[in-house]
Design a protein around this ligand. Structure first.
Ligand SMILES: Nc1ncnc2c1ncn2[C@@H]1O[C@H](COP(=O)(O)OP(=O)(O)OP(=O)(O)O)[C@@H](O)[C@H]1O
Ligand SMILES: [Mg+2]
Length: 152
């Protein structure tokens, strides 16, 4: 996956598969800290401590008929390559939050890619899900909530 928007698509796909009805996606670019944070939070079925701990393992997947689950493993690798890290916090019955950090200026940090197109695909393809998308860069702030359909 050559850019972060594709990783975002994978994270959202995980959330959709977990039966989430609300998915919050946030991109925060803090230039003064040289930090990029990508976060996807859902209210899906979540994972117990054991599953959350193994989610990043490429040989852990609960997809039917699959023996490998590469999405989170590849994102963790992408984060590490840019001096960042991946964190998975989950509670059964409550939901999951995946957070990936990157050193913004790191030469190996993948580009964001076409985030707008990715959000569009997700929103158009999943009309029953409430998507909240937030992008902060310095003082700029974009927010879209499909339930409110307002932009600020
Ligand atoms: N948001 C989530 N909610 C609940 N479970 C999750 C979530 N994200 C990941 N998981 C669990 O972690 C496993 C591994 O996820 P990962 O994205 O790495 O692989 P995958 O989705 O199974 O396969 P792939 O991404 O390669 O298509 C999933 O199969 C699922 O059991
Ligand atoms: Mg996946």
């Amino acid at each position: 996956m050559e850019d972060l928007s594709l990783h975002l698509l994978d994270l959202a796909e995980n959330s959709i598969r977990s039966q989430a009805t609300r998915i919050e996606i946030s991109l925060v670019e803090e230039m003064e800290r040289d930090l990029l944070t990508v976060r996807v939070k859902d209210n899906g079925k979540g994972m117990d401590l054991d599953a959350a701990g193994r989610a990043v393992d490429p040989f852990f997947s609960t997809k039917p008929g699959k023996k490998v689950g590469l999405g989170l493993a590849l994102l963790a690798q992408a984060a590490r390559e840019a001096e960042g890290a991946l964190e998975v916090v989950s509670k059964p019955g409550q939901g999951t939050e995946v957070k990936a950090t990157f050193r913004h200026s790191h030469p190996d940090r993948k580009p964001l890619g076409d985030i707008a197109a990715t959000i569009e695909v997700l929103v158009a393809g999943n009309p029953e899900i409430d998507f909240v998308f937030e992008h902060r860069k310095g003082g700029e702030h974009t927010r879209l909530d499909t339930r409110e359909m307002t932009r600020s």
